[in-house]
Design a protein around this ligand. Structure first.
Ligand code: ASP
Length: 353
């Protein structure tokens, strides 16, 4: 395996007006803050983003990413991540990775140390081992209890696709074989009560950034949909779906129902729209609209024909402008720029109110 050249402006002080801009999903405020500090201190953008993402991957209270992520239907945590470097136009990705809590860092090694873009399953684990990553159990006691509770509530009559799945508009996507509606990002880390609804988390951390020199990068990391079929990959490890960047334009990413994002090449499409002249928010809205227009299966629509799931897109342009848009109202995203580290409201297509 040959080492790849370092990407971007590693080691150089960032001096351009405005400085670096980092955007992230709602759970990524700590990521944007750390990543921007690191870039200002001269770190390579991708190293800074991966360090930021690691905070969420290491956090057992985030049920949607890394250590403590909710498992697949067999009770095994499988993680997905992808990362892309603007200056080299190179990507790295891992899917269905077990026992390694920092898949974004492994994806970065795929980018830097191999001629490949994507490694999955056993091969991804072997590669991570070879790169010196520590193997450990990722299923926390809390997540295990929640998985047991989900199993206990299964109905033997349920099929992979139930016509009568209960999906409440704007509140997230209820996976098959459940019968219970669940809010998107359902109170991750909150106390488990015996009577509380079983959580079906569809959460993820996404971070995109641009340096003061105009180099871009993008990364997404997730434990995917809880109770998924073993081997299921969502959008997060798919380059062009869960994240994408182009150094001539900007970077973008997605969280939410991965199956919907994959089928409109979400992040790639946002970058294309920005290249055509749309602002980051307009580009996110345009792709959200296309995704909604292409959602035709009845089981994914509410009684008014609106999508019964949520997706949020994030984007930053090479000039530092940024934006985000969701299918449903209520999403926020993290931003760190010269004005500070803060949350901003995402635009949306449909209001929950
Ligand atoms: N997009 C992720 C997936 O489908 C989950 C999420 O972001 O909610 O795996």
């Amino acid at each position: 395996m040959a080492a790849q050249p370092e990407a971007g402006n590693a080691g150089k002080k960032v001096e351009a007006a405005g400085g670096p801009v980092l955007v992230a999903s709602g759970n990524g405020l700590r990521c944007t803050s750390l990543a921007r500090e690191m870039v200002l201190g001269g770190s390579n953008l991708l190293d800074a983003i991966v360090a930021g993402v690691k905070i969420v991957e290491d956090d057992p209270n985030d049920w949607s990413v890394g250590y403590g992520g909710l498992p697949n239907e067999e009770g095994v945590v499988e993680l997905d991540a992808s990362i892309m470097d603007g200056p080299l136009h190179r990507a790295g990705s891992v899917g269905a990775l077990r026992n390694i809590k920092n898949p974004a860092a492994v994806a970065l090694q795929v980018l830097r140390r191999t001629d490949h873009v994507m490694l999955v399953g056993e091969g991804a684990l072997k590669f991570a081992r070879a790169m010196g990553f520590k193997e450990e159990e990722l299923l926390t006691e809390e997540a295990r209890k929640e998985w047991l509770r989900w199993k206990a509530n299964l109905n033997k009559e349920d099929k992979w696709l139930d016509d009568d799945q209960v999906i409440r508009a704007g509140e997230g996507y209820t996976p098959r074989r459940t019968g219970e509606a669940s809010p998107h990002n359902a109170d991750p880390g909150g106390p488990i009560r015996p009577d509380s609804p079983i959580r079906h988390t569809t959460g993820t951390v996404h971070v995109s950034g641009v340096t003061g020199m105009g180099d871009v990068g993008s990364c997404t990391s997730t434990s995917g949909l809880s109770w998924k079929l073993p081997g299921r990959l969502g959008d997060s490890p798919i380059v062009g779906a869960g994240m994408y960047c182009d150094n001539a334009v900007g970077a973008a990413g997605a969280t939410g129902r991965g199956e919907a994002v994959i089928q409109v090449c979400g992040a790639f499409s946002i970058v294309q729209h920005m290249e055509a002249g749309l602002s980051p928010t307009e580009a996110c809205l345009a792709v959200a609209k296309r995704m909604v227009d292409r959602t035709r299966e009845k089981r994914l629509l509410d009684e008014k024909g609106r999508p019964a799931f949520n997706v949020t897109f994030y984007a930053v342009r090479k000039d530092g402008s940024h934006g985000s848009a969701s299918v449903w109202s209520g999403s926020r995203y993290a931003v760190s720029d010269g004005k500070g580290n803060r949350m901003e409201d995402s635009a949306f297509l449909f209001s929950k109110d």
